[in-house]
Design a protein around this ligand. Structure first.
Ligand code: CTP
Length: 404
């Protein structure tokens, strides 16, 4: 993706170096424009080295204009990000004024624009700044990344901090993606569950949660209005724009999903739910001598099957909900996936292979086959690619067929 980063003059300008690095790391191309005030906080040389391109600083620089003219720059960008955006630049954009290179390019571009304001709390709360932001919010191609709260460089505590890079990157990805899930509430389950034997032991599985977290990230990227991630125990950071509910057992996951189901539009069951739990978990740790080597187990609730019985495609009224299941199979992936999809009565099933050298379990990359209820759509293969990319492509394919 071609990203034009506009850096304006606030103390958070130093964080633009980290942003450039993060974009380059994931394969984006970045060009930078700095306002004259921004250059008091970080030098053009720093951003030139990190981005690998000369940095634009003035409108009337013949050398820069001959490298890439300001109109070409406006056309070149897939997305323009202003981070940090000062009250001054926000005011100029709201008024449609263009006194410098950055604001001129912004008037000339037809690409999406993401504005990440950062400033002192009192400035942020000023009614004129908020009115200017409201004007930008009304422009269809503009999106605003709300600043974080916390201690600011000026030692005040309140709103105005530039959010961390993952949140800004997620806002950029969302701005350039289609809004297929706009207005939708997407519920995703992820990770393993843990079924206690006693306080020191449990039954679980090696699920890392990566696929479910990537699905939640993809839902936000595709414009979902609410994304709720019901997560079993895993150490991953919550994706930007996602509300996370932590659960431990299959029973807790069942309760959380069932209470969210009535307000959800799409439910994605990526969790590796334990199928069995000890019948009588002990409150006290058992010693070796108290254990005879056998463990009595009972079945946990099958959450996807319970959802299917209520909202599945075979039900007379599925209330327009879309159920997406996952199948982790070690062999005969396609046949077993099809059988599982029918058994659980879901609309879609993502079948992937576990075990062997290319196992999806715990890995960073994955390949999968997307199956639809009664083969309404041809099975479609995805990957091998990063779980992030595979999840995005799968969810986009589902959303295109369900909502466009
Ligand atoms: N699933 C669920 N509740 C369970 C078990 C599984 O909701 N108690 C969901 C998973 O989240 C997944 C799908 O069912 O979306 C299939 O999970 P998988 O472990 O592959 O299948 P199982 O139903 O456990 O069937 P089996 O182990 O017999 O293959």
């Amino acid at each position: 993706m071609k990203i034009l980063l506009g850096v304006t003059g606030g103390i958070a300008a130093y964080k633009s170096a980290q942003l450039v690095r993060e974009f380059i790391k994931r394969g984006d191309e970045v060009r930078v424009i700095m306002t004259s005030s921004a250059q008091h906080f970080i030098t053009p040389m720093t951003l030139q080295i990190l981005s690998g391109h000369p940095v634009g600083t003035t409108l009337f620089d013949p050398t820069y204009e001959s490298e890439i003219g300001h109109i070409d720059l406006a056309r070149w960008a897939d997305v323009v990000l202003i981070a940090p955006a000062t009250a001054n630049t926000i005011g100029l954009l709201a008024a449609g004024l263009a006194p410098d290179l950055l604001t001129t390019v912004l008037l000339a571009t037809r690409s999406p624009v993401v504005v990440a304001p950062a400033m002192n709390t009192q400035m942020w709360l000023d009614v004129r700044v908020q009115e200017n932001l409201d004007r930008l919010r009304k422009l269809p191609s503009y999106s605003i990344v709300e600043p974080d709260s916390g201690e600011l460089a000026c030692k005040e505590v309140g709103s105005g901090r530039l959010p961390d890079p993952p949140e800004i990157l997620a806002a950029v990805d969302r701005a350039v993606s289609s809004n297929l899930l706009e207005g939708k509430h997407v519920v995703v389950t992820a990770g393993p569950t843990r079924e206690a034997i006693d306080p020191a032991r449990f039954i679980s599985n090696p699920s890392s949660g990566k696929m479910g977290y990537a699905m939640a990230e993809a839902a936000y990227r595709l414009g979902a209005t609410h994304v709720t991630l019901v997560s079993g125990p895993c150490a991953l950071p919550t994706p930007a724009g996602v509300h996370r509910l932590s659960v431990l057992t299959a029973h807790e996951m069942y309760g959380a999903v069932m209470s969210l189901a009535h307000e959800a539009d799409v439910i994605i069951k990526a969790a590796a739910v334990a199928d069995w739990r000890p019948t009588e978990p002990s409150e006290k740790k058992r010693t070796k001598s108290e254990m005879d080597g056998t463990l009595k187990l009972e079945r946990t609730q099958d959450i996807l099957a319970a959802l299917g019985q209520k909202y599945g495609p075979s039900q007379t009224d599925s209330e327009g909900k879309v159920l997406v299941g996952f199948a982790a199979e070690s062999h005969d992936v396609l046949e077993r996936g099809r059988a599982k999809l029918a058994r659980k009565d879901a609309h879609w099933l993502v079948a992937n292979k576990i075990g062997g050298p290319h196992s999806s379990f715990g890995a960073d990359s994955s390949s999968a086959i997307l199956l639809s209820h009664q083969d309404k759509f041809e099975p479609q293969e995805f990957g091998p690619e990063s779980k992030r990319e595979v999840s995005y492509q799968i969810l986009k394919a589902i959303a295109e067929r369900q909502f466009s």
